[in-house]
Design a binder for this molecule. Structure first.
Ligand SMILES: O=c1[nH]c(=O)c2ncn([C@@H]3O[C@H](COP(=O)(O)OP(=O)(O)OP(=O)(O)O)[C@@H](O)[C@H]3O)c2[nH]1
Ligand SMILES: [Mg+2]
Length: 189
């Protein structure tokens, strides 16, 4: 493995913790992190992640990883999707529930997209992890933004009601990280 660090660019400490846990502790990859608030364009989750990664690679001047999280409601044609951060900030969990009032379904999926770039001018490679569920009224103690209103399909529990270890196999981020880890190890980067 190369000793050139891959820089994970994020402002979010929960993401950082999970990346360190899944990537650093299980391989010889060298991951460094930088707290940088990157602009996010409008578009599909893939377009947003690709653009965010290219901006990160420019800013870092070398190999980097970014992540973007989306919450996609079926009744709203996939929205808020990659705009969940602003929706959550503007409406909160009660408002997100209110938004779905009058629709026949509150089914949704959480979608995590990691993007890796080898550096400026390299095309980002994407890794997605998806978890099905539905939007419910807030339940649980382990609250991190909207995780108390996302009930994971087949479990009867919101993410906020799960212990860390219990949540892992259902986590959209964990599912994407496993793919990213496999790729980085296979590429010997
Ligand atoms: O309950 C949650 N469970 C999660 O697993 C999760 N992952 C992200 N988020 C929140 O959803 C929005 C995504 O925005 P986002 O992907 O642009 O992230 P961010 O701005 O926090 O960090 P970054 O873009 O600097 O990496 C932000 O409000 C995050 O706080 C989560 N909430
Ligand atoms: Mg985002």
């Amino acid at each position: 493995m190369s000793s050139t660090p891959i820089v994970f660019v994020t402002t979010n400490s929960t993401k950082l913790h999970q990346v360190n846990r899944i990537l650093s502790s299980t391989s010889s990859l060298v991951i460094k992190s930088v707290n940088l608030n990157l602009p996010e364009i409008q578009g599909t989750t893939r377009e947003v992640a690709r653009d965010k990664c290219s901006r990160a690679a420019e800013a870092i001047g070398g190999p980097c990883i970014i992540e973007d999280t989306a919450l996609c409601c079926d009744a709203l044609g996939g929205l808020p999707g990659p705009y969940i951060k602003d929706f959550f900030q503007g409406l909160g969990n009660d408002g997100l529930n209110t938004l779905l009032k009058g629709f026949q379904t509150t089914t949704a999926h959480a979608l995590c997209t990691f993007a890796y770039s080898g550096g400026p001018d390299c095309e980002p490679v994407l890794f997605e992890g998806r978890t099905e569920g539905k939007i419910v009224h807030a339940r649980g103690m382990n609250v991190f933004s909207w995780n108390s209103i996302f009930e994971v399909e087949g479990t009867g529990k919101t993410f906020a009601e799960m212990e860390v270890e219990e949540k892992m196999p259902f986590s959209h981020r964990y599912r994407a990280l496993v793919k990213l880890r496999r790729y980085l190890e296979s590429m010997d980067v």
